[in-house]
Design a protein around this ligand. Structure first.
Ligand SMILES: [Zn+2]
Length: 136
């Protein structure tokens, strides 16, 4: 399942997830730039889900859903969260401020279908971007 590969940092389409060697040296995390735009930014989940001009639109529906759910559950607003917190929620971690015993299961029931739909659409989009293909 793609969500599991995103969460375990083992997705071949996310640059920072790839083990890369150049000139006999391991490429560091920060050197693995986004392959899908010209921003020269680290190609991690934050970039791909929230910042990359070629992919961030895919999460619009999910962000709208999460924004509404945060408001309805009296959590900090979407825009008040740090990028890593937004990314964590987009990859199916309930907000850390949500009381565990009472609401985390309900949160997952409400969000997981939207998250899975977003990740599947993102994966399809990434596979269809020509730059994403490995060199011959
Ligand atoms: Zn990008």
């Amino acid at each position: 399942m793609s969500l599991t590969r995103f969460r375990s940092q083992n997705h071949q389409l996310i640059p920072t997830h790839k083990f890369t060697i150049e000139n006999a040296q391991r490429v560091t995390y920060d050197q693995k730039i986004c392959l899908y735009c010209d921003q020269q930014t680290t190609g991690n989940e934050i970039q791909i889900l929230l910042q990359c001009p070629s992919t961030k639109h895919i999460a619009n529906d999910l962000v709208a859903t999460l924004t509404t759910l945060l408001t309805h559950s009296h959590q900090p607003t979407w825009n008040s969260l740090k990028l890593y917190q937004q990314t964590s929620i987009m990859l199916a971690d309930p907000p850390t401020t949500l009381p565990k015993k009472f609401h985390q299961t309900a949160w997952l029931h409400a969000t997981l279908p939207h998250i899975l739909t977003c990740i599947a659409a993102l994966e399809t989009h990434l596979y269809n971007i020509p730059q994403a293909l490995p060199p011959p």
